[in-house]
Design a protein around this ligand. Structure first.
Ligand SMILES: N[C@@H](CCC(=O)N[C@@H](CS)C(=O)NCC(=O)O)C(=O)O
Length: 202
């Protein structure tokens, strides 16, 4: 039974937002520590004992154990709740979408967004365009799947939806538009309508 958690967090990060959103929907108490994702000095001292990748989100449980990787954190928090299916095959489908998010979606859309919105450095247009192209391929895959479904797995809202919502709903900040993805836009609205939903800016 989890009582309260400490989250090394970043307001602008979609990966951190996944964890904040799930914590809010689970009604778990959370203390936040904001970490600057642009200026990286002091990261080893701050996160060295907690997360081998030295990144946020990093979760610290009330017994002192710590966990990195947004999707691993969500899996841990959601297990045994309505946000993660109990059926073995559906759990594998959730993993399918979590790995898809980390390999095909986030490295393109989140990075284009970081370059255009978060980083203070001027973005290389050719790099941004290549990321957007690959990001659209990920959105096309979601669109094909969501054309006949309400949610990504098992017709129920789960951490698969939270993982993909995080950077899809801010794709405009990556210079992308969802005009060719109507089923994905409708799914975004369904995710937003869930109980205890919070915006990325909360
Ligand atoms: N795969 C990791 C990615 C984490 C990640 O890239 N975090 C970024 C913020 S979104 C970060 O910590 N950036 C600062 C840095 O790399 O030093 C996850 O899903 O948690």
């Amino acid at each position: 039974m989890i009582d309260g958690v400490l989250l090394y967090d970043s307001q602008v990060s979609g990966n951190c937002y996944k964890v904040r959103l799930l914590l809010a929907q689970l009604e778990l108490r959370c203390e936040r520590r904001e970490v600057d994702v642009v200026r990286r000095e002091g990261r080893l001292e701050l996160l060295g004992e907690l997360n081998p990748a030295l990144r946020v989100p990093t979760l610290v449980l009330d017994d002192g154990r710590s966990l990195g990787e947004s999707n691993a954190i969500m899996w841990y928090l959601a297990d045994g709740t309505g946000f993660l299916p109990t059926d073995e095959f559906e759990r594998a489908l959730v993993l399918q979408w979590l790995f898809f998010e980390q390999y095909s979606h986030e490295p393109n859309i989140a990075v284009a967004r970081f370059l255009l919105k978060v980083s203070a450095e001027p973005a290389d247009p050719a790099r941004v365009q290549a990321l957007q192209r690959a990001g659209y391929a990920a959105l096309d895959a979601m669109e094909r799947h969501l054309a006949t479904r309400s949610y990504l797995v098992g017709e129920r809202y789960s951490i698969a939806d939270i993982a993909l919502y995080a950077y899809t709903h801010v794709a405009d900040e990556a210079g992308m538009d969802l005009a060719r993805h109507p089923a994905t836009v409708a799914w975004l609205a369904r995710v937003r309508a869930q109980d205890r939903h919070i915006p990325i800016t909360a």
